[in-house]
Design a protein around this ligand. Structure first.
Ligand code: SAJ
Length: 419
């Protein structure tokens, strides 16, 4: 242990930054660091993603990201590799899914620890960005310490540790990642004050928002709280929409009216809640405190029930046809992105296909055939052939469909955009 070591850090110390996990968060983060003229080594287990990035291209859809990646790769600031290399700071942005029983699965974080441990050097900073259950940053630090007994970690050596460890949860909205990365405030929870200080210096290389310091556990819980808050509020909107349907009230009109009250701000109902964050993170709270987190669990259950409610609606409307053609518009988990993770729209389409209630056509303007788990049709085809049109995702291209083309169809608009 190096109890006497004094590590002074300033912005300029971060000449080389490694980002582990080049997905929806890691790649934009790597690209933004690189755009600030930092040497960035992106690490991923997916060879295709690495080859794509090293060609200056991207493997995900996110506005403007292609330009930043192309520029930073061409200028030599960003490169992608399978094997971690030494760096001043390591930012871990790997997935944190849950297992079947909603228990968080930290296997990707553990693999990332194993991967970077051999190249860690005294004075390095390791930041966990992945949304994580409370205690994950401490666990990460324990895993690193196991791999590198020659180095000291904050749980052993506090402010004098050789390696600094912090949690800094990402909070960007898919579709607006590049601007939110720079503009949003960041919550930074170091395992010691020195860890926090160093992490603030790292993020200040590109964050224009405030970097607010707390401890690692509070930072972990803060991220989970934000997404649970949104989930609970969407559950309220979804529950309202089902109540309104049974009372023959237009839920969207109702919400518009109620939102005219100065202290009411109801979110929008939809076919359910998807994505890798809001549909997942509240379970991280529930799994730690199952007896206490009753509302958070119920909100999850309300939102998870919504796809089945939509399916029941479609089935009821399809009954009057002998062999209905049901056209489903949208597969992604929300508008104007290509992300299919935990998508309620995709779940609905898959279940409809299994149910044999007619011919199911699916269309998504942001999803390419190779990426789609279900066969895709063109929008023109769906609009021409379908008896029932189900709007599942409010992509711009769907919102602006000429109402004339819909007038002879049965419409099930789960997003309330064809009022
Ligand atoms: N949704 C509704 N009604 C609404 C809003 C959303 O049904 O009024 C649905 C969407 O269609 C989608 C799901 O909720 O299926 C989630 O979408 P979202 O836009 O609410 O959130 P995400 O998952 O794209 O991003 C969230 C954001 N968190 C919050 O707004 C508190 C983002 O800031 C986080 O960084 C991100 O989770 C994350 O990575 O955790």
């Amino acid at each position: 242990m190096n109890s006497t070591s004094k590590i002074q850090h300033s912005k300029s110390d971060f000449n080389t930054i490694s980002v582990i996990g080049l997905g929806y968060i890691g790649l934009p983060t790597a690209a933004v660091f690189a755009s600030r003229k930092k040497t960035v080594i992106g690490v991923d287990v997916n060879q295709d993603a690495i080859d794509t990035i090293n060609r200056g291209e991207i493997h995900i859809v996110e506005p403007d990201l292609d330009m930043v990646v192309r520029a930073t790769v061409t200028e030599g600031y960003l490169k992608a590799t399978l094997e971690p290399e030494p760096a001043d700071a390591f930012v871990i942005a790997v997935p944190t899914p849950f297992k079947d029983d909603h228990v968080p699965d930290l296997a990707y974080i553990q693999s990332a620890c194993k991967a970077i441990a051999p190249v860690l050097e005294k004075g390095n900073l390791v930041v966990l960005e992945s949304t994580s259950p409370v205690g994950a940053t401490e666990q990460l630090s324990a895993w690193l310490a196991e791999e590198r007994p020659d180095l000291s970690f904050p749980q052993q050596d506090g402010v004098n540790s050789d390696i600094r460890v912090a949690h800094c949860p990402e909070r960007v909205l898919p579709g607006h990642v590049l601007s939110e990365l720079v503009q949003n405030d960041r919550v930074i929870g170091g395992m010691s004050t020195k860890c926090s200080e160093m992490a603030v210096a790292l993020y200040k290389t590109f964050v224009k928002g405030e970097c607010i310091v707390t401890n690692a556990r509070t930072a972990e819980m803060c991220k989970l709280t934000e997404n649970s808050f949104r989930d609970v509020n969407i559950a309220f909107a979804n529950e309202l929409s089902m109540i309104c349907d049974s009372l023959q009230i237009n839920a969207w009109e109702l919400i518009r009216l109620a939102n005219r009250h100065p202290r009411v701000n109801i979110l929008q109902p939809g076919p359910g809640v998807g994505g890798h964050c809001i549909a997942v993170d509240p379970w991280f709270i529930v799994s730690k405190t199952p007896e206490i987190a009753r509302m958070i669990r119920t909100a999850r259950e309300v939102n998870d029930h919504k796809p089945q409610w939509v399916i029941d609606k479609i089935t009821a409307r399809a009954e009057r046809f002998k062999d209905p053609i049901i056209g489903c518009l949208g597969l992604t988990f929300k508008a104007n992105i290509d992300d299919l993770r935990e998508s309620p729209a995709l779940e609905i389409v898959k279940i409809l296909q299994e149910q044999n209630i007619g011919t199911i056509m699916a269309c998504d303007v942001n999803v390419v055939d190779a990426q789609s788990p279900v066969p895709l049709s063109s929008l023109e085809d769906v609009l021409q052939k379908a008896d029932i049109i189900v709007l599942l995702v409010d992509h711009d291209e769907f919102k602006t469909i000429d109402p004339e083309l819909l007038k002879d169809k049965i419409i099930i608009d789960t997003r309330g955009c064809w009022r």
